[in-house]
Design a protein around this ligand. Structure first.
Ligand code: EPZ
Length: 422
């Protein structure tokens, strides 16, 4: 077990280089199972979730080499086996191997998904889509067995599910005929998966919209592809710069992906400048205005930035409202903020209000989920005194070298191994 020890308050200054997008790398790595040829990916974030998914590919017989954010995958030698169920259970994103393995091996077993702290994480959209495309689904107490000699082109309604949309895209790109998807998710990472597949010869129209048309091709060709910068990590660091009244250049902040966040920054009165399509300069900002956040599917306000924004709410004048519409368990971090002196009221599983500005004080806090963990780091950076943050392996799932990036910006932060007795 490890812990982060953070002493605040600090003002972040300098430049942060954002890593590749976790939620683009994961579906693109899963999609490499559709290839007989080698796939080379660059700008891949070296994070726990990527390593865990590579462990699943290795358990299937794929050959992977991952060094300095360059990942080479040879999936040509995959045997017709199921991924290691223990590895699959530990990683929600393993659901992304469902369609590629069904297409490749004509059958796949997937254990019931572990719920996690942000919500139940059902998979009905995934299963009903693949069933509609011709898969036989046998469910038992351990999970689902899917079998399909040949998938059929269909019309699928993806109900804006991100990984649900991604599974249908991966099921359709090698399925003869035309598959259409309505209510498709259009997040930057869904677009990146589409652009990766199109680069390899797939035929996908409507990328970036909620309606996709996919015409199956015979095979995908050998390619090298660069993963986009992480929309959520870049938003997280922009928010940290604002919260600490710092002066930070966020290198990898793709403004085209961040319209709703920038619109919130305008409303709050943040002092920022768009330096280039992928660089945002945050300047010292005082007197933040209170605000309302309602999380939505893309291009609305992203649920993954809901928690980090709450820190700005603790420092804004007046009462700010948070409405988390996507998940039912994503406000757990509020209790940790209260421990640090924030004035928060949680109305129900989806709504909370935070009144500011209130001074925060160092405390011993726990990161319940990936984005809540990053939020608590920001809280500790502006708090007076020392904070100790537990369960940081959860943060390592989605943020590469997070304490190193903050340290380069002047934060007083260090990672320590927890002595067993503590
Ligand atoms: C993806 O999860 C992301 N993960 C999540 O990021 C992100 O929070 C989420 O999309 C929403 O943007 C990856 O891309 C690997 P959904 P996903 O299917 O696909 C319900 C992070 O921190 N639903 O869009 O699992 C579901 O319960 C992670 O990086 C069904 O009802 O999310 C939820 O309420 C956390 N049935 C809503 O839809 C289904 O079959 C959105 O889920 C699938 C989903």
């Amino acid at each position: 077990m490890e812990q982060l020890i953070i002493n605040g308050p600090s003002k972040l200054k300098g430049t942060v280089k954002i890593s590749g997008a976790k939620n683009a790398a994961l579906p693109i790595i899963a999609a490499s199972l559709l290839f007989r040829q080698d796939v080379t990916l660059t700008n891949v974030p070296d994070i726990k979730d990527v390593r865990a998914l590579l462990g699943i590919l290795d358990s299937l017989g794929a050959e992977t080499t991952f060094k300095k954010n360059v990942l080479k995958i040879s999936a040509g030698k995959i045997q017709e086996v199921d991924p290691d169920p223990e590895l699959v259970k530990r990683l929600r994103a393993s659901i992304l191997t469902l369609a590629p393995l069904l297409v490749r091996n004509k059958k796949v077993f997937i254990p019931h998904p572990g719920g996690c702290l942000i919500g139940s994480r059902p998979m009905d959209v995934h299963l009903s889509a693949l069933k509609r495309m011709g898969a036989e689904i046998i469910s038992d107490s351990n999970g689902y067995q899917l079998e399909a000699d040949k998938l059929m082109p269909s019309h699928i309604c993806a109900e804006f599910s991100v990984t649900g949309t991604e599974n249908v895209i991966m099921a359709a790109v090698l399925t003869e005929g035309e598959t259409t998807i309505s209510l498709a998710a259009s997040e930057p990472h869904v677009q990146d998966l589409c652009n990766f597949l199109i680069t390899a010869g797939a035929k996908i129209e409507g990328v970036g919209t909620h309606n996709l048309t996919i015409t199956g091709v015979d095979k995908l060709k050998k390619i090298s592809y660069q993963i986009i910068p992480d929309q959520i990590e870049s938003g997280t660091f922009a928010i940290a710069a604002i919260a600490t009244k710092g002066e930070v250049l966020v290198d990898g902040f793709v403004t085209a992906h961040q319209e709703s966040l920038l619109s919130k920054f305008d409303h709050i009165g943040v002092n920022y400048e768009v330096i280039s399509p992928t660089k945002l300069q945050i300047r010292p900002t005082h007197n933040l205005k209170n605000f309302k956040i309602r999380t939505e599917i893309y291009p609305g306000f992203p649920t993954d930035l809901q928690a980090p924004m709450s820190i700005l709410a603790t420092q804004s004048d007046g009462s700010s409202e948070i409405y988390e519409t996507i998940f039912e368990g994503r406000l757990g971090y509020i209790s940790e903020l209260s421990k640090m002196g924030a004035s928060c009221v949680t109305r129900d599983a989806h709504q909370a209000s935070i009144t500011g500005p209130t001074p925060l004080f160092g405390a011993r806090i726990t990161s319940f989920d990936l984005r809540a963990g990053a939020t608590l780091i920001i809280a500790a950076l502006i708090a007076q005194g020392e904070s100790r943050l537990d369960q940081i392996e959860i943060i390592d799932r989605g943020y590469e070298n997070i304490e190193h990036k903050f340290k380069l910006l002047g934060a007083n932060i260090r990672r320590v191994a927890l002595r067993e007795i503590e």
